[in-house]
Design a protein. Structure first.
Length: 180
């Protein structure tokens, strides 16, 4: 019995010290937190933070297009109108008598609230001969000069349904040619 009494006394004493240890650990964590806060207050941390007051200086970005309409625009370009790019590239291939013309491009166009494209322009084009035409050893790397105007004209004939809720500028970037 005396043995049990010693075990119980030891257990109660351990729990009392453990409770004290937990309190001491919590106090230490609170002190460390206060030290960290004091360190930030002495630094330029608050000046570097972007706050809601600073974002008010930005100009109004206007209304947006719903994700459903945006997805519809992307799908329509990729599944319906993308073949216009191949047709336009074909003009340069025929003019240069070379099938190895390829590259990347970006076209930006504006869709009005009725779904009709009102403006279109090529913003980037890197389309040129990748290999010399048959029978020639030198590759002149001629640029596809007919592609850009052709894409701009074709894009101005496009229509989208559903139409965007607001006039919307969309940029499509793609690749054309046999090497892609």
């Amino acid at each position: 019995m005396q043995h049990t009494h010693i075990i119980l006394t030891t257990l109660v004493t351990s729990l009392a010290f453990a409770g004290g240890c937990a309190k001491a650990r919590l106090a230490k964590m609170n002190n460390e937190e206060q030290d960290m806060i004091a360190g930030y207050q002495k630094s330029s941390y608050e000046k570097d933070m972007v706050t809601h007051k600073e974002t008010a200086e930005y100009a109004d970005q206007g209304q947006g297009v719903s994700p459903k309409v945006l997805k519809s625009i992307q799908d329509t370009v990729e599944n319906v109108y993308e073949r216009d790019f191949g047709r336009c590239l074909q003009k340069d291939m025929e003019a240069y008598e070379n099938r190895w013309i390829a590259g990347t491009f970006s076209v930006e166009f504006t869709i009005n609230t009725v779904g009709i494209v009102t403006e279109a322009r090529i913003t980037q084009s890197d389309i040129f001969e990748r290999k010399p035409p048959k029978g020639k050893k030198d590759n002149q790397k001629r640029e596809a000069v007919l592609f850009g105007p052709c894409v701009e004209d074709a894009t101005k004939k496009w229509e989208f349904d559903p139409a965007p809720e607001v006039e919307y500028k969309y940029t499509y970037s793609g690749k054309v040619g046999e090497s892609f």
